[in-house]
Design a protein around this ligand. Structure first.
Ligand code: WTA
Length: 676
């Protein structure tokens, strides 16, 4: 599918309910208390003053030693921010708050079973637990600065504790979303060369206690086959009585963290003084090939950026109770549950489960009980809650002053329900557009300065200078025309490279639009985000969706190639093609088209086998809406599968002119199969 086709399809879908210039203004009460209400910030953060204005963000942190240089571009486009500075992320998120705030709650953890107690962890307790875990990682697991460790854990307080313990030692963590399969975990273990894997025994989701340890056993096996040995598996036990017998510990490899920690009672670990440009973590994300990319984030630049975004866009004040509903296994959780809010000494809520179980009131009960006043979620959750419990928020006594939407475009009518029903007409909303690669926000309104516009992310945040290119690489300066959104300048939250693959990093995000590949000047290396967008007259950007082969399902990025490769593991499959289908809650779902090998009869059983293979290898979130066993793929004369045609059939839109295809007759056959 060409970039142009995608822009056109997505635009047509959104245009139906779009009304430009539909502004909502923040209340004077909100503006009065906002961390940022001086519009001069945009002047200060103009390109002329770049990159020195970013020192304002770095000053929000505590440094052992200040930087020698704000931005080193000598290896462009791999940049070093605050080069030569010495800093530790764990120190900034914990230690520096102890003097004045040790008894303040750092983390509220809400387990799924409502009968279980909510954990309230103070900064002092967090300090103690992170230190003891760091000692265990250092002395039992023999991890040291620069090592990578894979963490495959669902949501619980132990997850940020483990991440912060890694950061304390300078160990690079790679957190894998808990819902991902053993095979996805293994791929990440191999790519990051982790010899230590950290997991949880079991967790609840929608009322079922799931065995998670079993994924570790499988992942270790798969990784070994691919040449990476995991010698230590650290298991956090939450439900030992239930699962210890099902998946027994492996002698010499598995260590129960809860028991082992007793050896480290009261031990303190001095935070490593890390160079600002040292990597803090890897976060794998889907790309256009089957192999996920390990986005490498640095320490000083990343932390400065997410702290500033938490302060100025999330508007977090020390007294706020802040709840970001995302999973820590995604970038949103890293930046806006863990690092940003804790660096600001906020109280951050973590919850286990899903927003709609046991009923559509769960989120609002949590908000009421914990006095949450800043709320952060994704359109997919908002759509689900609007569908099954539109009147639920009104039944609970909570008050949000600020709300966020992130992860996908939000339809204006869904935005309006969010504003009136969830926000009770009292909260401002920021629609934040950004990516795993970007560490923090790119486009959003500054809540105390700019009005909101439903369905539109907003202008670049202070310091970010977006622009639109057409498919030929020419800048579109006119409003209202869709193209590829790019960022003119580097920023401190930007990832440093793809782990172990600088060429792929340059090729994917810069090469197509680079002005001079030999240049060491950042001006020649704008960043290509991979999203289609258009700018309005007022300088606000409306994001239309991905232009590359990535599908955004419930705000989760899945590579079409990843799903296709997973289905090709099934012996009977000859060819596979995945297309996104619009879904009223998830945003998009993958539809999987399969051509079987000659002589194989299409059966329900094969379709099921293919669907299961996708779930096994990636995770349930990648489950196809439907597996279509088609007689042949529509192809161009050069043999390219026409995904655009399949996409049109799945979405019941016009397939366009197909007469130039090598096999136009198959289009009608497939259409009848899918639509009738
Ligand atoms: C999409 C999640 C519209 C976009 C933070 C991007 C959005 C991809 C928005 C990144 C938004 C994210 N409006 N689309 N506010 N936020 N996206 O890496 O397509 O999981 O490229 O990071 O989500 O997804 P990722």
């Amino acid at each position: 599918m060409s970039k142009k086709d995608v822009v056109e399809t997505t635009e047509a879908q959104i245009a139906v309910h779009w009304k430009e210039e539909d502004y909502y203004y923040p209340s004077s009460k909100f503006v009065g208390q906002a961390n940022l209400s001086d519009p001069d910030i945009f002047e200060r953060f103009s390109l002329d003053n770049f990159p020195d204005y970013y020192t304002e963000f770095a000053e929000l942190l505590t440094w052992y030693k200040y930087w020698d240089e704000v931005l080193d571009t000598s290896d462009a486009p791999c940049y070093k921010w605050f080069k030569g500075g010495l800093i530790n992320a764990s120190y900034n998120c914990i230690d520096r708050h102890l003097k004045d705030n040790k008894n303040k709650t750092a983390i509220h953890f809400v387990p799924e079973p409502e009968s279980e107690k909510v954990e309230h962890i103070t900064y002092q307790e967090l300090y103690v637990r992170v230190n003891e875990m760091a000692a265990l990682l250092r002395d039992t697991a023999k991890l040291k600065r620069g090592d990578r460790v894979t963490i495959h854990m669902p949501m619980s307080a132990e997850l940020p504790i483990t991440m912060l313990a890694c950061a304390r030692l300078g160990v690079i963590h790679s957190v894998v979303f808990g819902g991902f399969s053993a095979s996805a975990s293994a791929d990440r273990i191999v790519d990051s060369q982790s010899r230590v894997l950290i997991v949880t025994d079991a967790y609840y989701r929608s009322g079922t206690l799931l065995d998670h340890k079993i994924n570790a056993d499988e992942a270790v096996k798969i990784a070994k086959d691919q040449g990476q040995t995991v010698d230590t598996v650290l298991v956090w036990q939450r439900y030992p009585e239930k699962y210890s017998s099902d998946t027994p510990l492996v002698e010499g490899r598995d260590i129960v963290v809860n028991q082992e920690l007793s050896k480290y009672y009261g031990v303190r670990v001095e935070p490593e003084k890390m160079l600002s440009e040292d990597p803090l973590f890897l976060m794998y994300t889907s790309g256009t090939t089957g192999k996920p990319k390990g986005c490498q984030h640095g320490t000083g630049g990343y932390l400065a950026y997410v702290t500033a975004m938490s302060k100025y866009i999330q508007d977090i004040h020390p007294e706020d109770v802040y709840w970001c509903m995302a999973d820590i296994g995604w970038i949103t959780g890293h930046s806006f549950i863990v690092y940003g809010p804790l660096a600001l000494c906020a109280s951050s809520v973590i919850y286990e489960g899903v927003p709609t179980y046991p009923d559509a009131g769960r989120s609002w009960r949590i908000a009421q009980e914990l006095d949450v006043n800043i709320f952060h979620t994704a359109p997919t959750a908002i759509r689900a809650l609007r569908k099954i419990g539109p009147d639920e928020p009104a039944k609970y006594n909570y008050h949000f002053k600020h709300m966020t939407t992130v992860g996908e475009p939000i339809e204006p009518e869904v935005w309006k329900w969010y504003e009136s029903a969830v926000g009770k007409g009292e909260a401002i909303i920021v629609d934040t557009w950004w990516q795993t690669e970007t560490g923090g926000f790119l486009c959003s309104t500054v809540p105390g300065i700019k009005p909101m516009k439903p369905g539109s992310a907003g202008p670049g945040v202070p310091g970010i200078h977006p622009f639109i290119l057409d498919d030929e690489g020419k800048e579109i300066t006119e409003a209202g025309i869709a193209g590829n959104i790019c960022i003119r300048n580097p920023w401190p939250g930007q990832f440093q490279t793809i782990w172990g693959d600088r060429d792929r990093f340059v090729k994917t995000y810069f090469a197509d639009i680079c002005r001079n590949p030999d240049s060491k000047d950042w001006q020649d290396w704008p960043y290509l985000a991979g999203d289609a967008a258009m700018m309005a007259e007022d300088g606000y950007f409306r994001i239309l969706g991905r232009i590359d082969d990535v599908i955004n399902v419930s705000g989760h990025r899945l590579g079409t190639k990843e799903i296709e490769s997973a289905s090709l593991v099934v012996q009977e499959v000859a060819e596979a093609a995945v297309v996104p289908v619009a879904h009223d809650i998830k945003g998009k779902e993958p539809d999987l088209y399969i051509a079987l090998r000659p002589g194989v009869e299409p059966t329900e059983e094969i379709a099921r086998k293919i669907s299961d293979a996708v779930c096994d290898q990636i995770g349930k979130i990648a489950k196809p809406r439907k597996v279509w066993l088609v007689p042949d793929m529509p192809k161009t004369r050069s043999g390219k599968i026409m995904r655009r045609v399949l996409g049109a059939i799945s979405n019941k839109t016009d397939v366009g002119n197909v007469m130039t295809l090598a096999n136009p007759e198959v289009v009608e056959e497939i259409r009848v199969m899918v639509q009738d």
